[in-house]
Design a protein around this ligand. Structure first.
Ligand SMILES: [Zn+2]
Length: 422
């Protein structure tokens, strides 16, 4: 079935949450892993400034930090000043994997469960987006096929902004002190370090950055990135016999020595992986970039150890040091800090129940702002936004799921107003 621009406009006219979402996605906030600036792109600064203006206009104290992070402090309702403060966090940037400029959302009304035809001829179906069939009958926001949608994570930003708007306009909405945080450069793994936890000043928080409705992420991967630098010896091919050492060949050999069944395309559930995502170079010098993921710290160390051993083995075979592996920490699993501070997870589960949502606690095969924030002392599980098939042109957002995300976060604010879950 076809998606329509007109239907999207009509819905924006009657649904304030969807309207906020559509306004947010019109801003290009794609982050850039190669940028040397903080934040990595100026679009994030522009959108952050706009949001600050809106929230200050509502009467809150909202500040855009030098690094682009937007923080909005919301004082507690009268009489609830002693309740622990709650942080609500979403990220402003979109993934660098697909174009993020000129996003033009379209609406599929009453989805029939079949193929969704995007405007540019591409089609989305259950082979691309596994969760689609369960959204039969829903209205679904899709792209025009040229860009990503940006529901990751502007759906989360929209949910938090809508709740702040409700707080501003409805004195009967009881809430503890809140800090809304709109972070930058999450998609390139830099955001959590840019958030000043002293300024956030909360006992616990949530990120609103998950996927399918009902999911609550309470575990993430442990993550490292690795760089393999391979030096060859460039000799004229005509006289290369026993002299030429081809760095391209060595790069290929390094990849072949990785466990072939431990790639993202061959793993699922609790299994970790190695993922070579970039190869660059020539016969003289080649570089492989990898990400390494595992749910346990021991598993991650074992994988890094394997990379180092492969390099040692190849160097021993070559009789000289040509392969070098360096690795960097990216983020850590949030499971342990959440087990040590389970209160916020209990509160989220209670909030889902109050919002009529059956919670599914899951280990997300990725990371969130909460991965590092939880390990830095702000316990921070991840609430769903409803966004599906993120980081590409097939990204979509069932409208009902977006509203459920809003209902869950609003209910959480209510639970926090009572001082937490029993
Ligand atoms: Zn995200």
């Amino acid at each position: 079935m076809k998606a329509s621009a007109r239907a999207m406009e009509d819905l924006c006219g009657i649904d304030p949450l969807v309207k906020i979402f559509c306004d947010l996605v019109s801003a290009d906030t794609k982050s850039d892993p190669d940028s040397k600036t903080v934040p990595s792109t100026v679009g994030q600064l522009r959108l952050g400034a706009q949001i600050s203006g809106i929230l200050n206009g509502l009467g809150f104290s909202c500040v855009q930090e030098q690094n682009g992070v937007v923080m909005c402090q919301v004082p507690a309702s009268a009489g609830l000043e002693d309740r622990p403060r709650l942080a609500l966090i979403a990220h402003l940037d979109t993934a660098p994997d697909a174009p993020g400029d000129g996003v033009s959302p379209r609406l599929v009304r009453n989805y029939d469960g079949g193929v969704i035809e995007l405007e540019n001829g591409l089609a989305t179906d259950s082979s691309i987006c596994r969760e689609l069939p369960s959204h039969k009958g829903d209205d679904i926001i899709v792209t025009d096929g040229r860009t990503l949608l940006g529901a990751d994570d502007k759906a989360g930003v929209a949910v938090i902004m809508q709740i702040l708007r409700e707080i501003a306009s409805d004195p009967s909405f009881r809430h503890p002190a809140l800090c809304a945080v709109f972070s930058v450069d999450e998609e390139i793994g830099k955001s959590a370090d840019l958030i000043d936890l002293g300024k956030v000043g909360c006992r616990y928080g949530v990120t609103v950055d998950g996927c399918e409705a009902g999911e609550l992420d309470t575990a993430t991967f442990n993550a490292e990135a690795a760089l393999v630098e391979i030096k060859g010896r460039s000799v004229h091919t005509g006289t290369g016999y026993k002299a030429l050492v081809n760095a391209c060949e060595l790069a290929s050999r390094f990849m072949q020595m990785l466990p072939q069944d431990e790639k993202p395309e061959n793993t699922m559930g609790q299994e970790g992986f190695f993922h070579v995502h970039e190869i660059r170079g020539d016969a003289a010098l080649s570089r492989l970039k990898l990400i390494v993921r595992d749910f346990t710290e021991e598993g991650l160390s074992r994988r890094i150890g394997l990379l180092l051993r492969i390099a040692d083995l190849m160097n021993a075979e070559l009789g000289e040091s040509r392969v070098k592996v360096t690795h960097f920490h990216q983020y850590s699993n949030m499971a342990r800090p959440l087990e040590e501070h389970p209160e916020i997870v209990r509160m989220c589960l209670e909030a889902y129940r109050r919002a009529g949502i059956k919670p599914r606690e899951i280990s997300v095969r990725g990371g969130t702002d909460g991965s590092n924030l939880s390990n830095r002392g702000l316990p921070c599980p991840n609430i769903f936004t409803g966004a599906l098939c993120c980081h590409g042109v097939h990204e979509c957002l069932p409208v009902k799921s977006l509203h459920l995300s809003h209902d869950a976060v609003k209910a959480l604010v209510g639970v926090a107003a009572e001082g937490g879950a029993a």
